[in-house]
Design a protein around this ligand. Structure first.
Ligand code: BGC
Length: 416
């Protein structure tokens, strides 16, 4: 058995997102979940629509302290979560101070447990007014988004250092909403996909500059001073879903096109405006001819995703050329029986450790997810959580694999 130590100060934790856990959100997704077309489609597929409506989700809006206690008990020192734009700005230009207070308190509660917040500003959902204006198809979307970011960061700059502007804007959101037309607003068009991508790039850049401006205006605390000011500096990035493209050598160009549109274009265009790269990794991408070079993996999750831990090494090496610190902002498995989760985590960590040994500057590992939650168009079926949720009673039960992962977090070391 080898002892694989991680660099000093490495961050260990888990992630969630607002719409998937909070409950009672009112945004373009909650509207879509209840739309007659969506209900009819689910019924046609023989599914119970109730399982696909986020509703109270994990009721984390009220039970977040219980969730943070779990994270603390599990030895986590970072927690990634998102702020729900539709709560903060339910009507255009009108900010809800009470909701802002809620997130302020939440972050204070997290810090009191010795856990560093990593805050995502957008995780797939939009306020209804913004969606009505065309969402990220709208020319003015970067300005709308940045106005919201300014309000939030003005309020939280004294307690947050790690910011993620967008979660998976290009690969997952762009893909499902605009390339495949399966997620709201279900607008299937390659041109729209490109337009949305360009607006996300502009929005990220504007928001990055805005955040930096806010922090630059805060005077640093002088040693010995009794000032209540603080020394937190902002680190800003965005998180994308990376897949290792499997393709034979004679179709390498296809792999390059895939990689370019999935993340490379975005990465290149925003490179000067990223303090770190947020890397989400779950599985590989099978391109034509892939079975000639890689047989179907025996281990497949209930999402239908082949489990291929070496892929994370490959994608980490491929982003290393940007010479930025990298956080693994998501990696996880839907596994209700908890039989495969620990092996999944350890196998991926082994390759992450390998990439660090090869010089990639990985600063943290954030498992997806802390809790079972609302898995978007898959509803409540897939169970990604370190803690199991009973969606009737909202009882949280920590899974055995989470306790093993806790040893790794506490020791900053993987025994493999
Ligand atoms: C998303 C999460 C989602 C997870 C599992 C990621 O692409 O950021 O919101 O739950 O994958 O599907």
């Amino acid at each position: 058995m080898e002892k694989l130590e991680f660099p000093e100060g490495f961050l260990w934790g888990a992630a969630t997102s607002a719409h998937q856990i909070e409950g009672d959100n009112h945004n373009d997704w909650s509207e879509w979940e209840k739309s007659p077309e969506r209900i009819a489609q689910l019924k046609k597929e023989g599914k119970d629509p109730a399982d696909f409506i986020s509703g109270k989700a994990c009721d984390s809006y009220h039970r977040y302290r219980e969730d943070f206690d779990i994270a603390k008990e599990l030895g986590h020192n970072v927690h990634r979560f998102s702020i729900e734009w539709s709560r903060i700005e339910p009507e255009e230009g009108k900010f809800d101070e009470r909701e802002m207070e809620h997130y302020k308190t939440l972050i204070t509660d997290l810090r009191e447990r010795g856990i560093e917040p990593m805050v995502t500003l957008w995780h797939f959902t939009n306020p209804v007014w913004f969606a009505k204006k065309g969402g990220f198809l709208s020319e003015r979307s970067p300005q709308y988004f940045t106005r919201y970011v300014k309000y939030v960061v003005d309020n939280l700059c004294d307690r947050v250092g790690l910011w993620i502007t967008f979660n998976e804007p290009s690969s997952v959101y762009g893909g499902f909403s605009y390339l495949l037309g399966q997620w709201p607003p279900q607008k299937k068009s390659f041109f729209k996909y490109l337009r949305v991508q360009n607006n996300f790039i502009r929005a990220h850049t504007l928001a990055y500059r805005q955040i930096k401006k806010i922090y630059a205006a805060i005077p640093p605390v002088r040693p010995g001073s009794s000032s209540t000011s603080h020394n937190i500096r902002a680190q800003v990035g965005w998180a994308e879903n990376y897949r290792y493209p499997v393709v034979p050598w004679y179709l390498r160009w296809l792999g390059s096109i895939f990689t370019y549109f999935r993340f490379l274009r975005f990465l290149k265009k925003t490179a000067p405006y990223q303090d770190f790269i947020g890397l989400n990794y779950y599985t590989i991408a099978r391109l034509p001819g892939s079975y000639d070079v890689l047989p179907r993996q025996a281990a497949v999750s209930i999402m239908g995703w082949e489990i291929y831990p070496y892929g994370i090494f490959h994608v980490l090496k491929s982003v290393a050329k940007f010479k930025k610190p990298v956080y693994i902002t998501e990696n996880g498995i839907a596994d209700a029986s908890d039989e495969r989760r620990l092996k999944f985590i350890k196998d991926h960590l082994r390759w992450i450790h390998g990439s660090i040994a090869h010089g990639v500057d990985v600063r943290g590992y954030i498992y997806w997810s802390l809790l079972d939650n609302f898995e978007w168009s898959h509803g409540f079926g897939p169970r990604f959580g370190l803690a199991e949720i009973d969606f009737k009673t909202f009882k949280r039960t920590v899974r055995p694999s989470a306790l093993e992962y806790a040893h790794i977090c506490r020791n900053n070391m993987l025994e493999y």
